[in-house]
Write a protein that binds this ligand. Structure first.
Ligand code: NAD
Length: 453
């Protein structure tokens, strides 16, 4: 690990990655090699947890291609010197901000969207002019091997390197000095990464998880609400960081909401064969999720098959905040539904939990919308929509509080790997004596005048 970081530092110090044509050329090359290896990536991810080609393309590969194209188009704009106005005290001078690549970066990925969560931060780092050591999640082992193969066959270790492995390898990587660590994963491991980064004062972006609520109010368009919510929840079998974790529904429409959800699940025919459902990633997660299903609360679903690591789309009713399913992020195909009498009461219950990565509100009332959006702190989210905000790279994507630090996507991804250097460039034509000794009353008067105090 030490020699990998050393070789990347040497390469970074040559200034090669500072060149914008180099960055664009490497990003275009990455897109080309990913395209050439798409079938390898599809085979690997299907073997790992039966994710179909369609879902892999739509929810992973397409987003990476989009990020590459957007970066190639925008790097000159993002990286250009930004002039700012100069204050009177420094007159005559120019002031500007230079975008400087942070340097040698570590990207640690999560398993649920393994290609997207590894390559999208890597693309942002490349656009910013950094070198990258990428450590994908070890859980989808074939997917991780595919990424290692693609990168090692096409890129120099000193620029891009995939390190495969689990806790021991990640721990060893975290002992090295990086200029930036970008981590996607659980809040618990996020704390380990943050502590390790503190040792070297390395800046971090932490993309973590949490329990993301969805509010369904009595005045919503129930048919569309149910359709969008069920899709968002059971995409990737609920193994999505921004999936609605649980629903807060107005008591007056609870029965109708549950019955429409059941109908929608049946209509969707979620199955491995149909390509719209994935396996639970491993036995540990299978057991953890099945343990959250309290049989007496199952409204629909509840069937499980340990051998196939299959958990049917499951709706839970009469759930309370004291239930086990409400004590941790579910990260699986189980949707607890909690009814409320007043929106205020529902909001205050949600505010008792750590700040979530996402929050959704389904309503036609602007008053309700504003209440939820302004009273609850969360990473990002949607109104009458769930999950899809991640696809708009004009907005920063990230958490707040326990759901993360920092953000990325689009220009925010570039910013995550960039240091902004502020420069005051002074003219030598004029020298005002105000700051120099001796300190006179007249000088103080002028300084106050300049400062307008
Ligand atoms: P995880 O925290 O278990 O693992 C993430 C990464 O950390 C992996 O690469 C893993 O090898 C490494 N790791 C695990 N234990 C470690 C340890 N003790 N020391 C050092 N490294 C360690 O997370 P996961 O199971 O891969 O992903 C699920 C979590 O990630 C969920 O909480 C989910 O909400 C969150 N997530 C967040 C986002 C986001 O964009 N905010 C995206 C996907 C997943």
């Amino acid at each position: 690990m030490k020699s990998i970081v050393q070789s990347q530092r040497q390469f970074f110090n040559t200034q090669a990655t500072h060149s914008i044509p180099f960055r664009i050329q490497q990003l275009k090359k990455l897109k080309k090699v990913l395209k050439a290896n798409e079938s390898l990536m599809y085979e690997a991810i299907y073997a790992d947890f039966k994710k179909s080609e369609f879902e892999t393309f739509v929810s992973e590969i397409a987003l990476v291609y989009h990020d590459i194209d957007q970066a190639c188009k925008s790097i000159y704009k993002w990286a250009r010197k930004k002039p700012v106005s100069t204050n009177l005290l420094n007159f005559p001078a120019k002031s500007y901000v230079l975008a400087e690549p942070l340097g040698v970066c570590l990207v640690i990925g999560a398993w649920n969207y393994p290609y997207q969560l590894s390559f999208a931060p890597m693309v942002a780092a490349m656009a910013a002019g950094c070198t990258v050591v990428l450590k994908p999640s070890e859980l989808p082992s074939r997917t991780s091997a595919a990424m290692a193969k693609i990168i090692s066959e096409n890129f120099n270790v000193a620029y891009l390197k995939v390190v495969e492995g689990g806790i021991p390898e990640t721990t060893e990587l975290l002992n090295q000095k990086f200029d930036k660590i970008f981590f996607t994963g659980s809040t618990a491991v996020g704390k380990i990464v943050y502590k390790a980064a503190a040792e070297h004062l390395t800046p971090v972006t932490l993309e973590l998880g949490g329990k993301s609520p969805a509010f369904v109010t009595a005045d919503c368009n129930l048919k569309i609400t149910v359709k969008r919510l069920i899709w968002a929840k059971f995409l990737n079998s609920g193994q999505t960081c921004i999936a609605p974790d649980y629903v807060m529904v107005d008591k007056s429409i609870e029965a109708k909401f549950l019955s429409l959800c059941k109908e929608e699940i049946e209509k969707e025919h979620f199955s491995f064969e149909n390509g719209n459902y994935t396996q639970i990633i491993n036995n540990r997660n299978f057991e953890r999720i099945t343990d959250l299903i309290e049989p007496s609360k199952v409204y629909h679903g509840g069937d499980v098959d340990a051998e196939k690591r299959y958990i049917a789309p499951t709706l839970l009713k009469n759930v309370s905040f004291d239930d086990k399913v409400m004590q941790e992020e579910i990260f699986g195909p189980v949707l607890p539904v909690i009814s409320y009498h007043t929106l205020e009461e529902a909001i205050s219950e949600v505010k008792n939990l750590p700040r979530p990565l996402s929050c959704y509100v389904f309503t036609s009332s602007s008053k309700v919308r504003k209440k939820v959006l302004h009273q609850i702190s969360f990473g990002g989210g949607g109104v009458n929509e769930a999950v899809m905000h991640i696809t708009n790279s004009n907005m920063p994507f990230g958490g707040v509080g326990m759901s993360g630090i920092g953000a990325y996507h689009g220009e925010d991804g570039f910013k995550a790997f960039t240091h902004y250097k502020s420069i005051l460039q002074k003219s030598t034509l004029l020298e005002l004596p105000l700051k120099y000794y001796p300190q006179t009353k007249m000088k103080l008067w002028w300084i106050k005048k300049f400062l307008n105090i």
